[in-house]
Design a protein around this ligand. Structure first.
Ligand code: GTP
Ligand code: ZN
Length: 194
């Protein structure tokens, strides 16, 4: 479904990485990217994080969620192991986009939880699909992955699209006063193993 378009070195504050971009088979550029440590081509059990974009957390350090902590844990892990992959999916707000996510936050400020806010806005709780992420992993010729996630749907979504997941590893950050309600909702209503 996708093929590698461009590949470049990405020296970072965490270590030496690479960044890879992709196109669809018919040549359309896609915004999802891969960050790679070491040589993953043809390798099995590649430490992998499929991360959904969270502008508020990943970039601005919002404490409403655990996204940035998870991203940093994953980057540190692949850098310290010297091999690994982060598939960074532009599925902001579990697929509703940043404008609607801010609206969902507004509703959460007035008492709804993260799932109720999505439903109130007319969306399912989670609009993500893992077809493109799976296709990116395949385009990178990774044989199998060890997936860092607390979300069983992510494991199932990748497997359903042909990725061999050797095992899931939990990626748990310390909860904080600001995100504990969000984490409790993910555990109670969204199937997360926390
Ligand atoms: N709609 C919506 N999206 C949110 C909210 N808080 C965080 N997100 C988005 O949720 C996505 C991350 O999903 P999570 O449910 O936190 O975690 P996950 O990716 O399913 O599972 P892990 O692999 O364990 O991190 C990112 O795209 C965030 O932008 C919210 O209150 N509402
Ligand atoms: Zn977040």
């Amino acid at each position: 479904m996708v093929r590698v378009y461009a590949r470049a070195k990405l020296p970072s504050r965490h270590g030496d990485l690479e960044i890879v971009s992709f196109t669809t088979r018919d040549g359309q550029r896609i915004d999802d990217i891969a960050i790679i440590a070491g040589d993953i081509t043809g390798k099995s059990a590649v430490p992998t994080r499929v991360h959904s974009e969270c502008l508020t957390g990943d970039v601005f350090g919002s404490l409403r969620c655990d996204c940035r902590d998870q991203l940093e844990l994953a980057i540190d892990r692949i850098c310290s192991e010297g091999v690994g992959l982060i598939v960074y999916m532009r599925q902001e707000g579990r697929g509703i986009g940043i404008a609607e996510k801010v609206r969902a936050y507004e509703l959460q400020d007035s008492g709804l939880d993260t799932l109720e806010a999505n439903v109130h806005l007319g969306f399912d709780g989670d609009l993500r699909s893992y077809e493109v992420a799976a296709s990116m992993i395949q385009a990178l010729e990774v044989d199998s992955v060890v997936l860092f996630t607390n979300n069983p749907e992510k494991v199932e979504g990748l497997q359903a699209n042909g990725v061999e997941v050797e095992r899931r590893e939990a990626i748990i950050s310390e909860s904080r006063e600001e995100n504990v309600h969000y984490l409790m909702t993910k555990k109670a209503k969204m199937g997360h193993i926390l």
